[in-house]
Design a protein around this ligand. Structure first.
Ligand code: MEV
Length: 442
């Protein structure tokens, strides 16, 4: 049991960085020098840059690196992209790149943004008896939600966005006296969370005041909260590939026809079996999240939304679909991905700026398309391996270096071990054994 006596602290955020580090190390580490050295090793030498990172969040004491990889050859709507991906899992970038390479010779990915609308809500209670009374009043004051927020929406409207609509929603059948002001927004190229939340908070004030000064039988509302919804089924992107079955070479001795059929079955399984669907969609999110992280977007929001969308029928299902028709395999994804290419950390984080530049500074819609294509590519690679060689061959090939690094293999040893496992599935014990044998020999 650790001794927790000194571990409670008040005012931690008010300490300076050095004091915070001293406190953490004193209380949680025995080898203080090593721990301090680890934290410092990940500081940036450029103080200005380090300061930007320190100010991203509260209580920053170091940086946490992720590998930043590149998947070239992504042909999407006839443009070829080199896609940045930030992720720690060994085989993800390799799988995306392999899939991109496969599809570039088969017409590439075609992607469209189906809709691009975000919602936010003022959640409130009104204890009047007749809902129609509130409905009528709402219609009477509705324009004020637009006019009295003009100061906040000015810039967004200049860019072609702003508030699309405002509705009163009766939710009293779910919770007594519960209503929502549901506002829909077009946030153009911004993710727009701050914009939406600011406007909603203003709308709540408008509502409160208008009701307070009204002749309603109950001239009071209780505002519970104002918040955007990360469920964005109307920020929908569709991306597809298709190719003649005869071109579906699997890289194994399985015929293209058998491969295409097995591929289809694998999708059907993910469309009907929740245990498989979650893993299937996790694989899609491997690709999507790593692009989102590299481009400075909010992967938690996209994750939460994608899974809610996958469950929208009442059963959690695959986000990708496939069909075979007229000798062709079609494979597509339909997924809500709310992304921004301006605001947030897009202009602040140097690597995020690099990513946007690498992608040709896409607007939000293009970034949605690129991200969906990577998700589809990732899923294609996973299913291709799963239905042919099995996943471990490729996965362990990439993971081999992690194990070798854990075993502190030298550069020469790594070269020999990669050669050794060229045609063999590497498992942890096998790698340890092979390295020991190698070391004994030399
Ligand atoms: C591993 O991170 C992702 C896979 O499990 C996805 C899948 O099974 O489809 C390989």
């Amino acid at each position: 049991m650790t001794n927790n006596k000194n571990k409670k602290i008040s005012g931690f955020s008010k300490l300076d960085k050095k004091e915070k580090i001293d406190w953490v190390i004193r209380n949680y580490f025995d080898h203080t020098k090593d721990s301090l050295a680890t934290l410092k090793k990940y500081w940036n030498n450029d103080d200005k840059l380090q300061n930007i990172h320190d100010e991203f969040i509260e209580n920053a004491i170091s940086n946490f690196y992720l590998p930043y990889g590149i998947a070239p050859n992504f042909k999407i709507n006839n443009n070829i992209y080199c896609v940045p991906m930030a992720i720690e899992e060994s085989s993800v970038v390799a799988a995306a790149a392999k899939s991109a390479r496969f599809w570039i010779d088969r017409g590439g990915f075609r992607a469209t943004v189906v809709t691009k609308k975000k919602l936010g809500h003022v959640h409130f209670l009104w204890k009047g008896i007749h809902t129609e009374e509130l409905q009528n009043f709402f219609h009477h004051i509705k324009t004020k939600f637009f006019t009295q927020t003009e100061g906040l929406t000015d810039n967004m409207r200049k860019r072609g966005g702003g508030i699309i609509d405002v509705q009163l929603i009766d939710k009293t059948s779910d919770i007594d006296n519960y209503y929502q002001i549901e506002a829909s927004f077009d946030t153009c190229d911004a993710m727009g969370a701050n914009f939406i939340n600011t406007v909603l908070e203003k709308m709540a004030k408008i509502l409160e005041e208008e009701i307070f000064h009204s002749t309603l039988s109950h001239p009071n509302v209780e505002i519970i909260m104002c918040i955007l919804s990360n469920y964005t089924p109307e920020c929908l992107v569709r991306c597809e590939v298709n190719a003649p079955i005869k071109s579906m070479v699997s890289g194994t001795d399985i015929s293209p026809q058998i491969f295409a059929e097995k591929f289809l079955r694998a999708i059907e399984i993910a469309e009907t079996q929740v245990y498989r669907a979650v893993t299937h969609n996790k694989g899609i999110m491997n690709g999507i999240d790593s692009v989102i992280v590299a481009t400075g977007n909010d992967y938690r929001a996209v994750e939460a939304c994608a899974h809610a969308y996958a469950g929208r029928s009442g059963q959690y299902r695959s986000l990708t679909h496939a069909e075979i028709s007229n000798g062709e395999l079609s494979f597509w994804i339909e997924i809500p991905i709310a992304l921004g290419t301006v605001g947030g950390i897009t202009k602040l984080h140097p690597m995020v700026k690099f990513s946007h530049h690498l992608l040709g500074n896409p607007n939000a819609e293009d970034l949605m398309k690129i991200t969906a294509a990577v998700g589809l590519a990732q899923n294609f690679s996973a299913l291709r391996s799963l239905t042919t060689t099995g996943i471990q061959k490729g996965h362990m090939k990439m993971h081999l270096l992690n194990v070798l690094n854990q075993l502190e293999a030298t550069k020469e040893e790594k070269i020999k071990m990669i050669e050794h496992f060229k045609n063999d599935v590497a498992h942890h014990n096998k790698i340890v054994q092979a390295l020991n044998d190698l070391r004994k020999k030399s």
